[in-house]
Design a protein around this ligand. Sequence first.
Ligand SMILES: C[S@@+](CC[C@H](N)C(=O)[O-])C[C@H]1O[C@@H](n2cnc3c(N)ncnc32)[C@H](O)[C@@H]1O
Length: 238
Amino acid sequence: MSTEKNHVRINEDYSPYNDYAIAEWNKFQAEPQRQEALLKATENINVRNVLDIGCGAGQEMLPFVARGAKAVGIDVAPEVGQIGRELFTAENFGERVEFVRAAGHALPFADDTFDVLICRIALMYMNIKSALREVERVSRTGGVFFLKYHAPSYYLSKFSQGLKNGDILSSVHATRCLLAGCSYQKTGRQSFNKLTASGETFITKKILQRELKSSALKVIGEMPDTNSQTPSLIITKE
Ligand SMILES: C[S@@+](CC[C@H](N)C(=O)[O-])C[C@H]1O[C@@H](n2cnc3c(N)ncnc32)[C@H](O)[C@@H]1O
């Protein structure tokens, strides 16, 4: 791996996970407004500990780590941390960041540990109810949780793109996620069978409000990068 003005070049045979992680790191570095938005949304809290759930390279932790916070990225991927450790070390923040292989529904941390929690484009792959309970448990009161997820229109677009590009598998996958989402929205239960891509589902504000109804997590705003396909919410633990 080599770096050039905050841009990391891929020059080895990385796995698709690592390629994706580097691409997301580079995008984040190229969009300073994303870093500014994270800092603005947390300006009223003392950020000491940060957790990124389904972290990839963990780039969203960067602005907090750069201001002295400690951070942990967790991910189920076997490659978790391979790239993230190198990237944070190249920025001289290697000692403030840890990567752990773990699942969102069973976070290996004590209650009330984190001031900032991030789950970017990852909740749809998890047991959503359990993962949100875990976020509530490990967040400190007054902590901020950044959640970005796939809405139905993301999968609708993926479906039509697949048809347009002759990528039938992509359209089939999108259909399964749409069916899973419709069932989840209607019944309140997420299906984890093969028919529904092992649980992957769209999320709607209605689904989210229902999951958060009896929890201390409350939606308090949206981030500037929010859009109809991938809403980006600010949630706090009251
Ligand atoms: C689309 S990527 C997003 C990565 C990163 N958050 C980003 O924005 O660059 C989704 C990530 O969620 C992880 N993931 C999927 N299921 C998970 C689970 N049950 N627990 C933790 N991580 C999970 C994947 O391995 C992958 O790294």
